[in-house]
Design a protein around this ligand. Structure first.
Ligand SMILES: Nc1nc2c(c(=O)[nH]1)N[C@H]1C(S)=C(S)[C@@H](COP(=O)(O)O)O[C@H]1N2
Ligand SMILES: [Mo]
Length: 347
């Protein structure tokens, strides 16, 4: 099986992690998925020249260099990042956008500073309601629209990290060097890369990437009336075996990962008979907030023929994945059990 990235578009770079590389708790930086609206800066910004500006509805405007940021209390957090459009191509009805299968997701240990520490230092004005992030990538297309996204102040103050390290290395250029936002447990669109400006606003930022995309809406509906994509939804993926594999009778190790955004994955069940019966999977490895849990199930396959494997997760609040995801125009948040079924042949 191929172990290299599956490139969907080169300019901008959009590439997914091969399923075989989703089988460990940490996704290595070299195979972490790439999702870009614009052009990745060609050379890393000179860290002496770079500064992060914090302005808008704050009492004191701040400007911080990289070394200054790195002298502040360092926070390390594991976090699973998923693109809103991940699994889009598995939807039964086609939706517009990159043709992700399951590889638009990855888990890393990130290090940086808490956004709340900086916002507390700047001092929030009374009407502070949203926090906008702006990156340094070059927009593509005639309209030259910058990738700017804002998140509610509550999320910014509770669980948003500004990361300058990824899995122990300086943040790689592709993933936002020197600094990126990470709204923990929220989809990638809320995690602006190449960050150089944070603006506190009285209301959500008004712009293309807020109003026209990253909204859940139906065909014919005005995008801006759709719900904004925020937290990653409860979901389980099967990473071994893969659809189309031919397997020998006997013990077959089924592997997968389950994640719940801001929630906690409590249980994963596996079916090897297309959902007729379900058995509990066993978790392997770390169990950290905001991070996926890897699991396995040993299937004793005695009957030759076609088999359909399914997995379903339950979170700490008793929520379950839907059998079939709710379709929407841009194909966001596909966490359907059926859409993620894996069909194999036992010989
Ligand atoms: N500046 C900037 N930040 C961005 C984007 C972008 O195009 N420009 N894409 C976003 C989207 S949609 C996703 S899914 C994640 C992907 O992060 P990664 O490429 O590090 O996996 O980055 C987000 N941050
Ligand atoms: Mo995304």
């Amino acid at each position: 099986m191929s172990q290299s990235m599956r490139i969907m578009t080169e300019n901008p770079l959009n590439a997914e992690t091969p399923a075989a590389r989703l089988r460990s708790w940490i996704t290595p930086n070299a195979v972490f998925f790439d999702r870009n609206q614009g052009k990745i800066p060609e050379v890393p910004v000179d860290s002496d020249k770079w500064a992060l500006t914090i302005d808008g509805k704050v009492k004191k405007k701040l400007s911080l260099g990289l070394e200054q940021l790195q002298r502040l209390p360092k926070a390390m957090v594991a976090n699973t990042l998923e693109c809103s459009g991940n699994s889009r191509s598995l939807l039964e009805k086609k939706a517009h956008g990159n043709t992700w299968t399951i590889g638009g997701v990855g888990n890393a240990v990130w290090a940086g500073v808490w956004l709340r520490d900086l916002l507390n230092d700047a001092g929030l004005a009374d009407r502070a309601a949203h926090v906008a992030f702006e990156g340094m990538d070059t927009p593509l297309g005639k309209a030259q629209i910058k990738f700017v996204r804002s998140i509610p102040i509550e999320k910014a103050m509770s669980s948003t990290l500004l990361a300058y390290e990824m899995n122990g290395d300086p943040l790689p250029l592709k993933h936002g060097y020197p600094l990126r936002a990470l709204a923990l447990g929220w989809t990638g669109a809320n995690c602006v890369k190449w960050l150089n400006r944070i603006t506190v606003l009285e209301k959500p930022f008004d712009g293309f990437y807020m109003d026209q995309v990253y909204r859940v809406y139906q065909k014919g509906q005005t995008p801006s009336t759709g719900e904004v994509v925020t937290a990653i939804q409860l979901k389980s993926i099967v990473t071994q075996p893969l659809t189309g594999e031919r397997l020998e009778r006997g013990a077959i190790v089924v592997l997968g990962a389950a994640y719940a955004g801001e929630g906690h994955v409590e249980q994963v069940e596996v079916s090897v008979d297309d959902g007729a019966t379900w058995q509990a999977a066993e978790f392997i490895g770390p169990d950290e907030p905001f991070s996926w849990r890897q699991w396995q199930y040993v299937w004793h396959a005695s009957q030759a023929g076609e088999h359909t494997i399914k997995a379903r997760a339950m979170d700490g609040m008793g929520r379950r994945q839907p059998d079939t995801a709710r379709w929407n125009f841009l194909g966001y948040g596909n966490n359907g059990i059926n859409e993620h079924a894996v069909r194999v042949v036992v010989e």
